[in-house]
Design a protein around this ligand. Structure first.
Ligand SMILES: Cc1cc2nc3c(=O)[nH]c(=O)nc-3n(C[C@H](O)[C@H](O)[C@H](O)COP(=O)(O)OP(=O)(O)OC[C@H]3O[C@@H](n4cnc5c(N)ncnc54)[C@H](O)[C@@H]3O)c2cc1C
Length: 430
């Protein structure tokens, strides 16, 4: 009996879960391949919304897609675990032991064979080795970190309520993550304000958010007009924006800038730079760039190993890099989902993946939003236009949900979220 080709997908994020779901439909369902998704967590979240989880304006339960349930309904298998190394000669991966919260081992280290492996393990913020950042700053690169930030944010907010003091937060990185987080934190405080915290008998505390950007303007990936409008909007709601502010170090009370000035902050967030998770250095000696991203050809196969593919934030197309965005991750997943079956079944070549830039959207919480369309057109800003850009930002998420759930279940999920707004508080309070 001829065994089925084994396809492993490592990482169930924007790219990996979309690919597993699509391949499950085209190959898994018809018994043409065994598709296995591996992820170090048990559920998927739409990463561009992590700043909402961090500020508590989005509740985790409704917005997570469980891998086990997704796999069983879409003809692929799911293995929980972190891929810590790849043996390219034996064509197998090693998963670290899976431990319970108390440290006991639930699943021993495991080895899984593959014929084809697709690596989609995403990225994390890059502190560029800045002293003190690792020990003193939080980041929001995944749901665990976003939840940890939220826990601290809620506790500090409560402390500020009780003491009638200010809460100061500094965010390093004026890209989409930092900028959107700054606005979302203000939205969170506005929602909390009207709740009856009688026990304290005091008005809501003042939130002081400082956004530090090393370059001359925030949102450098957007046209200058959007950067300027977003800065004005942030300043209007009370965020202090400091551009050309390069951080030299961090400690438990704040940041020191290169020019020697101090920015004090109770909570410190590092949301600058992008690099691949450090684990890529243990992936069988694959060629990497200087931020650890796996070097791939234009057809997304790893340089030097045609059985390995990499896509999304953890990959870097040699000579023609694409930005680390959800849009790129989605398009690359669709490309592989389209061409991988014929490559596996008939050896047909996979063509280069061509990126079709559909523009970028940034949403400053409930306050404003902009979309930069290809060709330089900017749309958004102001009340009604800002609203349409914010709705477009939300629609991207809904579109992703429908892609994974299917149209009707996706629609029901939207409906259920809407119903939820009448039942739950619109902010996470516990
Ligand atoms: C707060 C925030 C806001 C953003 N806003 C936007 C935006 O507005 N627009 C936009 O286009 N992009 C935005 N981005 C970027 C976007 O989210 C990423 O480009 C996109 O998620 C990349 O998709 P991916 O599939 O490569 O990785 P991810 O979606 O990050 O998925 C990686 C997956 O791999 C898993 N994993 C990691 N390491 C291992 C391992 N060793 N073994 C097993 N599994 C592993 C993780 O658990 C995760 O499920 C934002 C990012 C953040 C953090």
């Amino acid at each position: 009996m001829i065994s089925k080709p084994e396809i492993l997908i490592v990482g169930g994020g924007v790219a990996g879960l979309s690919l597993a779901t699509r391949l499950g439909k085209s190959m898994g369902k018809h018994g043409k391949a065994r598709i296995t998704l591996i992820d170090k967590s048990f559920s998927h979240v739409w990463k561009p919304m992590l700043h909402c989880f961090a500020s508590g304006t989005m509740q985790n339960e409704n917005d997570r897609i469980n891998f086990i349930s997704q796999a069983s309904g879409h003809n692929f298998e799911f293995w929980p675990g972190e891929v810590v190394s790849i043996d390219r000669v034996r064509q197998e991966v090693v998963l670290s032991p899976l431990c319970a919260a108390d440290g006991t081992v639930v699943l021993e280290s495991r080895t899984i064979k593959y014929d084809t492996i697709v690596i989609a393990i995403g990225s994390c913020a890059n502190d560029f080795g800045t002293p003190g950042v690792r020990e003193n700053c939080l980041s929001i690169d995944n749901l665990v970190e976003a939840n940890a930030f939220n826990e601290k944010f809620r506790m500090e907010l409560l402390r500020a309520f009780a003491n009638n003091s200010e809460l100061d937060i500094a965010i390093v990185g004026g890209g989409a993550t930092g900028t959107q987080l700054a606005a979302e934190l203000h939205k969170a405080l506005e929602i909390v304000g009207p709740f009856n915290l009688h026990a304290f008998g005091k008005p809501p505390p003042k939130l002081r958010v400082t956004l530090l950007q090393s370059g001359p303007r925030i949102l450098p990936a957007f046209p200058e007009s959007v950067s300027a409008a977003a800065q004005t909007e942030l300043e209007r709601i009370g965020v202090t924006v400091r551009t050309s502010a390069r951080v030299a170090g961090a400690n438990a009370t704040g940041f020191t800038l290169k020019d020697g000035t101090r920015v004090s902050a109770k909570l410190r967030v590092w949301a600058a730079g992008v690099k691949a998770p450090e684990v890529t250095t243990t992936y069988g000696g694959l060629a990497l760039n200087n931020t650890g991203q796996i070097l791939v050809k234009a057809n997304l196969s790893a340089i030097g190993d045609e059985h390995i593919f990499a896509l999304g934030d953890c990959s870097y197309i040699d000579g023609d890099p694409m930005p680390a965005t959800a849009q790129v991750a989605q398009q690359q997943a669709r490309h592989l989902a389209r061409y991988l079956p014929a490559w596996i079944e008939k050896g047909q070549k996979i063509p280069p993946c061509v990126f079709h830039n559909k523009g970028a959207i940034v949403a400053l919480g409930k306050y404003n939003g902009w979309a930069a369309l290809p060709g330089g057109t900017v749309w958004g800003g102001g009340f009604s236009h800002g609203l349409s850009a914010r709705i477009a930002h939300l629609l991207l998420y809904r579109q992703h949900q429908m892609e994974l759930y299917g149209f009707y279940r996706g629609l029901m999920s939207c409906f259920s979220d809407w119903v939820d707004t009448f039942i739950r508080p619109s902010i996470r309070l516990d």
